[in-house]
Design a protein around this ligand. Structure first.
Ligand code: NAD
Length: 369
């Protein structure tokens, strides 16, 4: 199969490309001949994330904006793409509050352009005429659009509410989650209206290697190592479900390999934690893995800052469907995933330095200032 990964130079996308090309832990039935990363290389996209595949004839990088339907169509045709794994998005909630327009353009309009280009591609390439068109890949289907989304589309849970599942009504609260909700509805509509084989996944908070240092865990790791104060929103009692990125990528590939077109699968780590407890666990892990650094105590480091507007209180995921129907389970606990993550950031200081200096894209970003 020829697989196109949109957003493949970002955090989850690059981890997914490593899984697809590395092959270790890939579900049976996903035979990978070629991976094409299609990425606009915004501030969040980094060619260095894919450096290990430089020169490998199975990988290609197309620096393309998903809103550019003509260029997307050319790439689909040129590489004879069978499967799209669509991850490209504006992904940072705080940025969506300051400037929502980019989120609407990329997440809503861009997803529309991807779906439309894929619909045309399967018609023009003859795939749509085949008798196995529209089936899941495990049933001999000849193409698939795997749409990657977030649990944030379901809004916020009360302390005693049951966890999100595939039938939870949508109730997005931020411009980011509203734009992702819009993209989910378009993906659904392309299945029901045009018969395009679409599978959607909605996942909880990810952490792991290659995460841009504006997000909670990498930001806090850097600040802990430098002895800077750790800003925690509100009183730190907001709850998220945490999943190691490698487990998410296995979930995405499992849903692609054996998911049913038209279905949604929620993915989560069954690991609900308060933000304050995540930060405390992180401080302890840094202390353990970097004994040469004089790491401060939680009381010394943590400062509480004004809460984000519209900040959802609690997210939780019930991943029974993907677990019972497709046999997916997370392999990492929060503690094992956190150790891997902290160790990766300790081993890859130059990756962080290149982002902070702006040299990864030729400008200065001022992260952490
Ligand atoms: P990220 O911000 O690290 O990466 C996004 C990538 O998309 C970047 O490489 C960026 O250059 C690219 N991109 C942005 N706009 C583009 C455009 N117009 N055209 C082409 N490429 C463009 O994001 P991430 O955390 O890796 O998230 C990937 C996907 O997974 C997103 O769809 C996100 O909504 C979803 N998701 C993320 C999480 C999480 O915790 N990070 C959880 C659930 C779902």
């Amino acid at each position: 199969m020829n697989i196109l990964v949109t957003g493949g130079a970002g955090f989850i996308g690059s981890n997914l490309v490593h899984l697809l090309l590395g092959g270790d832990g890939l579900p049976e039935g996903l035979i990978v001949d070629k991976v094409v990363t299609l990425d606009k290389l915004t501030y969040a996209g980094n060619r260095e994330n894919l450096a290990r595949w430089k020169g490998d004839p199975r990988h290609h990088l197309a620096a393309v904006d998903i809103c550019d339907g003509n260029r997307v169509a050319e790439v689909l045709k040129e590489h004879d793409i069978d499967v799209v794994m669509h991850l490209a998005a504006e992904s940072h909630v705080d940025r969506s509050i300051d400037g929502p327009e980019e989120f609407i353009m990329t997440n809503v309009v861009g997803t529309f352009r991807m779906l439309e280009a894929f619909k045309q591609h399967v018609i023009e390439s003859g795939r749509a005429k085949s008798s196995n068109y529209g089936k899941g890949l495990h049933e001999g289907g000849n193409c698939l659009f795997l749409h990657v989304s977030t649990d944030e589309v379901y809004g916020s849970l009360g302390a005693d509410d049951p966890a999100f599942c595939e039938t939870t009504p949508y109730a997005p609260n931020s411009p980011y989650s509203a734009s992702k909700a819009g993209s989910d509805h378009l993906a659904r509509a392309y299945f029901h209206t045009y018969g395009v084989p679409v599978v959607t996944t909605n996942c909880s908070n990810n952490y792991g290697p290659y995460q841009f240092p504006e997000k909670l865990l990498p930001l806090m790791i850097q600040k802990t190592l430098r002895g800077e104060s750790l800003p925690v929103y509100g009183d730190g009692s907001n709850i998220r479900d945490w999943l190691y990125v490698g487990d998410h990528c296995r979930g995405i590939s499992t849903a692609a390999a054996s998911g049913r077109p038209g279905e949604t699968y929620v993915i989560g780590g069954k690991c609900e934690m308060k933000n304050i407890d995540v930060v405390k666990a992180l401080i302890e892990t840094v202390r353990e893995l970097a004994p040469e650094v004089n790491v401060g105590t939680a009381d010394e480091l943590i400062t509480f800052v004004t809460d984000r507007p519209g900040h959802d209180r609690r997210y939780a995921i019930d991943p029974s469907r993907i677990s019972n129907e497709l046999g997916w389970e997370p392999l990492e606990t929060f503690s094992s995933g956190l150790r891997k993550t902290v160790q990766w950031y300790l081993d890859n200081e130059e990756w962080i330095d290149a982002i902070e200096s702006g040299s990864y894209r030729g400008e200065r970003l001022g992260i952490g200032e």
